[in-house]
Design a protein around this ligand. Structure first.
Ligand SMILES: Cc1cc2nc3c(=O)[nH]c(=O)nc-3n(C[C@H](O)[C@H](O)[C@H](O)COP(=O)(O)O)c2cc1C
Length: 188
């Protein structure tokens, strides 16, 4: 087994029983041998305001930016709201995007998502990719991790109960792990 990577993960949903939070919790559990995943809750990130930024970055924003800078990779779990990603996520991206030292620049990144609809956040994920262009992360393209009908895939405690989704997520963890190795030119 090669080097374990330190990953920052966050979900674009604030609710306690968020399927996207469940998704990253399960990725953390299933990926334990390859990835150390720290999950950040976005509840303390204030609404972006350029006046506030000029006075200095809010503590929660600075903390998130620093953690991303130090991490080997980032996982974003997006809900789908009205065919796009959530305002919570857009707000966070706006804070992260501000120069200098954009923390996502050159960073391995994976997008995942869970929704109650049949498209499983595919539309949200495409919009998210678009908004990340200027931040310049190196985004994993395949496998695409989208969990449709999310309300049927987790039990009441947020554990994955669907075998196919579990297999799919294990495959994703392997791919993201190899992606980070490739970007860091690790071949041993
Ligand atoms: C404002 C709003 C818009 C939504 N729009 C969509 C949508 O476009 N596509 C979809 O599949 N689900 C949609 N949903 C349902 C979400 O997939 C569902 O609420 C999901 O649980 C949100 O993610 P979370 O569990 O991480 O909070 C919407 C929900 C809300 C509250």
């Amino acid at each position: 087994m090669g080097k374990k990577f330190n990953i920052i993960a966050f979900a674009g949903s604030l609710r306690k029983s968020s399927y996207n939070k469940y998704l990253i919790n399960n990725i953390k559990k299933l990926g334990i041998e390859k990835l150390n995943i720290e999950i950040i809750d976005l509840k303390d990130i204030p609404l972006y305001n350029e006046d506030v930024e000029k006075e200095g970055l809010p503590e929660a924003v600075e903390k998130l930016r620093n953690k991303i800078s130090e991490a080997d990779g980032v996982i974003i779990a997006t809900p789908e709201y009205n065919y796009s990603f959530s305002g919570v996520l857009k707000n966070t991206i706006d804070w992260i995007s501000r120069p200098p030292n954009q923390p996502l620049n050159g960073k391995p990144l994976a997008i995942v998502g869970a929704s109650m609809g049949p498209s499983g956040t595919i539309r949200a994920q495409l919009h998210l990719r678009h908004s990340l262009i200027y931040l310049n992360p190196i985004i994993l393209n395949k496998p695409e991790i989208f969990v449709p009908f999310a309300h049927e895939k987790f039990d009441v405690d947020g554990n994955l109960k669907d075998e196919d989704t579990t297999k799919f997520i294990k495959m994703f963890i392997d791919s993201f792990y190899q992606w980070i190795r490739k970007i860091n030119c690790i071949s041993d």
